[in-house]
Design a protein around this ligand. Structure first.
Ligand code: GLV
Ligand code: GLV
Length: 327
């Protein structure tokens, strides 16, 4: 008989159809957010689970679901996985790298430009019927071309943003990362490695693209915001929790930095209430990878990881390949 899997949220019907060729599939057609207990109950007897970034796969869940062999995340980030616990339990985790890199880098730039040029703030003004006359300083923002682009976290997406800035907008690109890029990769995106302090002090636009971990928790908090230029913009397309949102809201209110563009939040889909009332912030609901082709590619890759591993013993993008040696 076919292995049984659970798809935790509604996804493309064609992806469900593909999974059904290989598995007995239970899926969340109603798309209510399953409470934890319900998820644990649904996982009984399942060999695999298709997750979308919100479902926490940790030691408690693994102990309660001994049949589980793989969790395939439809996201490049995997901070919903306790990977050491999964490895200890012999459960494989997979993510969806590469397929979303350029789309997500595009969005980083969209948010950067919308923030620098006050696109949403001015639209709210217009929609509210407040536009009566021209004014010399109306929604005057900051320049993108020729400015200094700072990138914290220089993975594939960070490099994609760096290339756009350097080649498309003539920006000076500086970055900080746990490790320095090889020289040819730095050259390809014309990026210069600097300390975190120099990054904070000199960036006109600071884009956060680092993975969330205990080490990157509140990487940008009050002390870091205080080091930034008062004219600087902060863009977060990484993960909630990398920025201390309360400190950011305060810095925006006090105009200690010019503006922020945020796609991710601590405790999302809830937001720190002050972020909703400061004007100089562009807010989007975690959509950086959301284009139709890329979301399809991500869903296909997550499905192919389930099929690759449970049917052929070969996942495409394993996060903890140690598990493969043991099975
Ligand atoms: C989205 O945030 C992802 O990690 O893919
Ligand atoms: C992270 O995996 C990235 O691609 O930046």
């Amino acid at each position: 008989s076919k292995p049984r899997i659970l798809v935790a949220r509604v996804i493309f019907p064609e992806v469900i159809a593909k999974l059904e060729q290989h598995f007995e599939v239970e899926h969340n057609q109603a798309d209510e957010a399953w409470p934890r207990e319900r998820l644990l109950a649904k996982l009984q007897g399942k060999a695999g689970v298709f997750t979308t970034g919100g479902e926490r796969i940790d030691g408690e869940l693994l102990a309660a679901c001994p049949s589980l062999k793989i969790a395939a995340n439809m996201a490049v980030g995997f901070n919903n996985f306790d990977l050491p616990a999964m490895t200890a339990a012999g459960v494989l985790g997979t993510n969806t790298p590469d397929v979303l890199t350029e789309t997500t880098a595009d969005f980083g730039f969209a948010l950067l430009m919308a923030t620098a040029r006050r696109v949403t703030e001015s639209e709210h003004y217009l929609r509210a019927g407040k536009w009566q006359k021209w004014a010399y300083d109306m929604f005057a923002g900051s320049d993108v071309h020729g400015s200094t682009l700072g990138i914290l976290g220089m993975g594939r997406i960070g490099q994609g943003i760096a290339r756009r800035g350097a080649h498309g907008f003539g920006m000076k690109v500086i970055y900080h990362n746990r490790s320095r890029l090889p020289a040819e990769q730095e050259a390809a995106c014309k990026a210069r490695y600097v300390s975190k302090e120099e990054l904070l002090r000199t960036a006109d636009h600071l884009v956060l693209v680092l993975p969330y971990s205990a080490q990157s928790h509140h990487a940008i908090a009050a002390a870091e915001l205080a080091q930034m230029k008062p004219t600087a913009n902060l863009i977060n397309i990484a993960r909630g929790g990398i920025v201390d949102d309360a400190a950011l809201a305060q810095a925006l209110r006090d105009k200690r930095i010019a503006a922020a563009g945020l796609d991710v939040y601590e405790g999302e889909p809830k937001l720190h209430p002050d972020l909703l009332t400061v004007p100089n912030v562009v807010l989007t609901p975690h959509i950086a990878s959301a284009t139709v082709p890329t979301r399809k590619a991500m869903a296909q890759l997550a499905a192919d990881n389930l099929i690759g591993f449970l049917v052929h013993g070969k996942p495409l993008t394993p996060l903890n390949p140690d598990v493969l040696q043991r099975t």
